[in-house]
Design a protein around this ligand. Structure first.
Ligand code: BG6
Ligand code: MG
Length: 218
């Protein structure tokens, strides 16, 4: 059987954590008197914690000390973790286990490719860690998405060439990273946002077994 490398982003692809990042960043931005809506949030998806705070501060034209910056990063993460600590398997997005099981049946290697430093904690909470042959997250990279580093490391760990890898992503930065890595990008979300992906699906319920088979065979 052909072997491809299947790489999944985490937040907004496997689990519905994008809403918790939104709530935590909104609270932080508003506390600094900075407006924060879904529009700003879209630009932070897939973006590292440091870069996200830099962007929020620049939108609000704020300059702060390094100590204050570290304090805000830590406050955001504490807030975010308070949501994560209550998560369970119900927050796995629809049909994700079905697709992971199908890939396993087809003996396809699977990796996580996430910007989050909380990725392992989340996978454990929702009991999905065992499905992954490799995990690459925010602790393993020096360059954040849209740099392709995270996906290239995943390909290496899976021992699959980048051009034989398929990436599932919900963020603009993540699709850019997959394209830059010369991988097949599959956008999970809306066409308006992810138009630069090779394929786009609203969610995994729209992805058929035939489509997965065609990715493996082609
Ligand atoms: C990405 C999220 O997966 O991880 C971003 O889309 C988040 O919103 C980034 O900022 C870093 O996550 P964490 O958990 O390390 O703050
Ligand atoms: Mg994401």
């Amino acid at each position: 059987m052909n072997k491809k490398g299947f790489i999944f982003d985490l937040d907004g692809v496997i689990v519905d954590t994008a809403k918790y990042h939104f709530l935590a960043w909104k609270k932080l931005a508003n506390s600094l008197g900075i407006d924060f809506t879904e529009v700003e949030n879209e630009q932070l998806k897939g973006v590292s914690r440091v870069r996200s705070l830099e962007k929020i501060l620049s939108w609000g034209h704020k300059t702060i000390s390094e100590d204050k910056f570290m304090e805000l990063m830590s406050a955001k993460n504490t807030d975010y973790l308070s949501y994560i600590s209550k998560m369970d398997e119900d927050e796995i997005l629809p049909d994700v286990p079905k697709i992971l099981n199908l890939l396993k049946d087809k003996e396809q290697p699977i990796s996580l490719g996430s910007a989050s430093k909380n990725a392992r904690t989340i996978l454990e909470r929702v009991n999905l860690k065992k499905h992954f042959d490799a995990i690459v997250d925010g602790n393993d990279v020096s360059k954040a998405k849209p740099d392709p580093e995270v996906f290239l490391i995943a390909a290496k760990l899976l021992n699959v060439k980048p051009e034989h890898c398929i990436v599932f992503e919900d963020s603009v930065a993540g699709v850019e990273a997959a394209n830059a890595a010369n991988m097949v990008s599959i956008g999970i979300g809306s066409e308006d946002v992810l138009g630069h992906a090779k394929y786009i699906f609203k969610d995994f319920t729209e992805i058929s077994n035939e489509f997965i088979n065609s990715l493996i065979e082609n």
